[in-house]
Design a binder for this molecule. Structure first.
Ligand code: 4AD
Ligand code: MG
Length: 483
């Protein structure tokens, strides 16, 4: 109680000597900035935030205020007499006072409040978040409009923001040009792939307008499934380019790894004729960005590793310290065929790897991420470079498989030989639509390649989050577009 007595004394002094009218207004700080102060100098400060806890003890009122800038909340202490009527868990407040050294071991500083103003009261009875309760991610998912106020979602959103910045830094430091590839596009990139459904874009019909509205753009337009082809345009002028934006797929798959709207990091490199170079960029990206996130948000990542996915910390450490494994699709098939495991889908050369196969392969490699390269020609989109091999005909494609998630990245060398590309597009009946793409191979073309990494799957992988809907602020998936 020594601490409480100290606080009380300092507060009494404050309340008996009100701030002179001419005093400079207190400066507004974020909670994180105040928590980092080592030697508080009794300066007047102000914070804005939301109340995480309220507790009265004798004549002292304790509050915890969080403004989203850190996992930790700022302890506010004041005389109970200063408690505003509408103060409660969840209310938004403006607190003003002096930052002082805290006598409590848990925090270095606390705010000795001289005034607390409730900016917006909170109806605690109907507020979906409950006082001092860690609510599971699937419960929080029902409340996309308030879940950012929970510790887990706010931690996730800070990690997401740091990871985004780290991805931009990684590419900038390595000489890549950042390009805004379009969201609305007239090609579907993944090459008229029958399994890949796209969203069509058209103006909303106004009452009375004929149903068969001509196309707004003169041609059918879609939401992009990938910025790859536009990045390939850029590799005609820049040796390295990347994009990082939303992509859309109308896949009707209700899985824990699929969204209808997700963010993809995509890189494209000119003058590259070996898949190993692409794999190296994927591995460096994964490891550099993860190192940065771990060092910049240790508490936030710690919350996931402690409460959401115990054991994930050790698994991630293994992924970071070991070189990723590399094997061809044919080798992968051999491993699967000789496995003692009974698969639901029998592994067969020429068939796609199912999630159960991907999981088995990663486990076989000691839960280290695995690159699988050279996939069957018939499985992959038109733009992948033909290896012209046989009897098993393959393309220079590579997928990166990671523990629990399966496919994290997909990439390839691109077909840069005009004649082969034209033949493939002719067979698909797409030669006219991709005339511009063919022309790229005529105007100073280079061997090139690239990849895309699903950003939400990346977050799932490092944090150990089972459901992709919990790593994006507003998930969109079949039969759900809330807010
Ligand atoms: O393997 P994908 O389809 O590759 C491409 O789109 C290439 N054009 C990228 C390129 O080479 N520039 O998608 C890339 C990654 C996948 O490995 C996966 O991580 C993620 O995007 N992904 C999804 N993430 C969430 N929900 C979905 N529906 C996803 N579909 C793909
Ligand atoms: Mg893929």
């Amino acid at each position: 109680m020594i601490g409480a007595r100290c606080v009380c004394l300092s507060l009494r002094r404050c309340s008996s000597s009100p701030r002179p009218k001419h005093a400079a207004p207190a400066k507004l700080f974020q909670v994180q900035e105040l928590l980092e102060v080592q030697n508080p100098t009794d300066n007047d400060v102000k914070v804005h935030g939301w109340v995480r806890s309220v507790r009265s003890q004798k004549e002292i009122l304790f509050l915890h205020v969080n403004d989203g800038s850190s996992l930790e909340s700022l302890q506010v202490v004041t005389d109970s007499g200063l408690e505003p009527r509408e103060l409660s868990f969840g209310s938004s407040v403006e607190v003003q006072g002096k930052l002082v050294r805290s006598p409590h071991k848990k925090q270095n500083v606390e705010l000795a409040a001289e005034s607390i103003r409730v900016v917006g009261p909170c109806d605690v009875l109907t507020f979906p978040l409950k006082y001092k309760t860690r609510q599971p991610l699937d419960y929080l998912r029902q409340f996309p409009h308030v879940r950012c106020r929970s510790n887990s979602l706010s931690a996730l959103l800070r990690i997401r923001s740091e990871a985004t910045a780290a991805i931009h830094s990684f590419f900038k430091d390595n000489g890549y040009l950042h390009v805004h590839t379009p969201i609305i596009t007239s090609n579907d990139c993944e090459g008229a792939s029958p399994s890949l459904e796209v969203f069509k874009v058209k103006p909303a019909n106004k009452d009375g307008e004929p149903e068969d509205n001509p196309h707004f753009f003169n041609v059918p337009a879609f939401l992009t499934v990938s910025g790859q082809l536009h990045l390939e345009v850029m590799t005609g002028a820049f040796t390295k380019a990347f994009t990082f934006g939303p992509t859309f797929r109308a896949e009707n798959s209700q899985t824990r790894r699929h969204l209808a709207e997700f963010y993809m990091v995509e890189a494209e490199l000119a003058f590259v004729d070996r898949l190993q170079e692409i794999m190296q960029v994927m591995e460096d990206l994964f490891k550099r960005v993860t190192d940065t996130v771990l060092s910049r948000c240790p508490q936030d990542v710690g919350l996931f590793h402690k409460h959401v996915a115990p054991g994930q910390e050790g698994k991630l450490e293994q992924m970071l310290k070991n070189p990723f494994v590399i094997m061809s699709y044919t080798e992968a098939m051999e491993i699967l065929k000789h496995a003692r495991h009974v698969f639901q889908y029998k592994p067969e050369w020429g068939l796609d790897l199912q999630r159960e196969h991907e999981k088995y392969l990663v486990n076989h490699c000691g839960e280290i991420p695995v690159f699988v390269f050279n996939y069957p020609y018939d499985l992959k989109p038109f733009y992948m470079r033909d290896n012209e091999d046989g009897p098993h005909h393959t393309v220079a494609a590579v997928d990166l498989l990671v523990p629990e998630i399966g496919e994290l990245c997909g990439g390839s060398l691109r077909e840069d030989r005009l004649d082969l590309l034209r033949c493939r597009l002719q067979r698909l009946g797409q030669e006219d639509a991709y005339q511009w793409y063919l022309e790229l191979r005529q105007f100073g073309s280079t061997p090139h390649g690239g990849f895309g990494m699903g950003f939400e799957r990346y977050l799932q992988c490092i944090l150990g989050v089972e459901n992709i809907k919990d790593v994006i602020p507003f998930p969109r998936f079949p039969r759900s577009c809330v807010l």
